[in-house]
Design a protein around this ligand. Structure first.
Ligand code: ATP
Length: 382
């Protein structure tokens, strides 16, 4: 196994277009690193540069303590697992796993030992005589990983391996990949555009936008302390609410009313004029249900749509945004690849809430969780 250290990596395509622009990411030995971002952000290009399928325009690509910029893919000892797993349909599971060893003319006895060891780890030992066509998606994925294990690759690289699967299977595969990666302890770099995969799989997540690294952090840090509007809007589902806000003392004025925030948050945003407040849907609660109202404020608003999901209730509260905020929301939509940023507040309440559409409701908001962004630069001020 090995660490992968990307230092100031640049990829320029022909006409001066920078698909990857000065990106530095240090993947630790054994770490599960996610590269995530909307279409065209450069995540696949970056992965292809790690594996050697794409020339590196600038910067240093280190695998272990070796500079690999000019090393051929076969000399990098990395295993790439693709979307379709690239299994041979006419070969058995055993022979699919053995394939790279046969190519390398490894003696039969050694091949047998390695294939049996790997298939035990992957719980494939009962399926060794089957063909890929008779396996589930999850089993096929494990065969592809088995092939990487017998090669004793230094790292696994995944390029959107779950994007062709339906939602249920994707969920199962996520758990399976997590379990395997932890058991094998192998350095892994995984590309996805799906924020749920990024949050659930990654030890750390690198969020990219138009070739530029926005934030490199644990899923929790990204969620709780996004560095800018783009990361805040990309991570979390339903997305964070963005609302026009002004700060007076320790109070943030929102379209619905005023929310008290911790002084250290308010101080950082003082005197900055019109801001964008970011509040996640789950930072609200039905005031009639919540008993502990400490650390927050309550406001009244008319709810226009209510969706009851059993364990939680979504309530939608429309508002009008001033032009500056409206412009920033549309920009964010473009950055987020067409995701709609509504001028409506989405609140996620407890399933026991009895809030009804068309009625005024008392909503509690947790002031400790309110984030404040500069609407021009997008930077998180808190
Ligand atoms: P997706 O999720 O859609 O695959 P991505 O984030 O993986 O997107 P890349 O495939 O890395 O993005 O592409 C990054 C940018 O580089 C895109 O704007 C793409 O159009 C451009 N690009 C990729 N390959 C080439 C190429 N061979 N020549 C010119 N531009 C390219």
């Amino acid at each position: 196994m090995a660490a992968i250290d990307m230092k100031n990596i640049v990829k320029e395509y022909g006409d001066g277009f920078l698909a990857v622009n000065d990106v530095s990411i240090d993947v630790q030995d054994g770490e599960f690193m996610i590269l995530v971002g909307p279409s065209g952000c450069g995540k696949s290009t970056l992965l292809r540069m790690i594996v050697g399928l794409e020339d590196i325009t600038g910067g240093e690509m280190m695998i272990g303590d070796k500079l690999v910029n000019d090393l051929a893919p076969r000399d990098r000892n990395l295993a790439m697992v693709f979307q379709n797993y690239a299994l041979y349909p006419h070969l058995t599971v055993y022979e699919n796993i053995a394939f790279p060893l046969r190519l390398a003319h490894v003696p039969d006895a050694e091949i047998d030992r390695k294939v049996r060891d790997a298939s035990k780890t992957l719980e494939l030992d009962e399926h060794l005589d089957r063909k890929p066509g008779n396996l589930s998606g999850g089993q096929r994925q494990r065969v592809a990983m088995g092939r990487a294990i017998v090669r004793e690759a230094d790292a696994f690289l995944f390029d959107e391996p779950l994007s062709n699967l339906d939602a249920k299977l994707r969920g199962q595969m996520r758990t399976e990949i997590t379990r395997l990666q932890k058991r094998l302890g192998i350095t892994t770099v995984y590309v996805t555009h799906d924020q749920t995969e990024a949050m659930t799989l990654g030890d750390r997540v690198a969020v990219l936008k138009r070739g530029v690294l926005q934030q490199l952090a644990t899923p929790r840090e990204l969620y709780e302390n996004p560095c800018n509007l783009f990361v805040a809007g990309f991570i979390g589902s339903p997305p964070m609410n963005f609302l026009p806000a002004t700060v007076e003392g320790n109070t943030v004025k929102l379209p619905f009313g005023a929310v008290d925030v911790p002084p250290e948050r308010a101080e950082k945003a003082a005197g900055k004029g019109l801001l964008m407040a970011g509040i996640r849907p789950e930072n609200f609660e039905d005031a009639s249900v919540r008993t502990d109202k400490g650390g927050g404020s309550t406001f009244r608003a008319e709810v226009d749509v209510v969706e009851w999901l059993g364990n939680e209730t979504y309530a939608y509260i429309p508002y009008e945004a001033p032009p500056e905020v409206e412009a920033q929301l549309r920009q964010l939509e473009r950055d987020l690849d067409g995701e709609t940023m509504h001028t409506q507040l989405v609140v996620s309440l407890d399933g026991s809430s009895r809030i009804k559409a068309g009625e005024d409701a008392e909503i509690w908001v947790d002031g400790r969780k309110v984030q404040l962004f500069d609407p021009a630069s997008g930077d998180n001020l808190t």
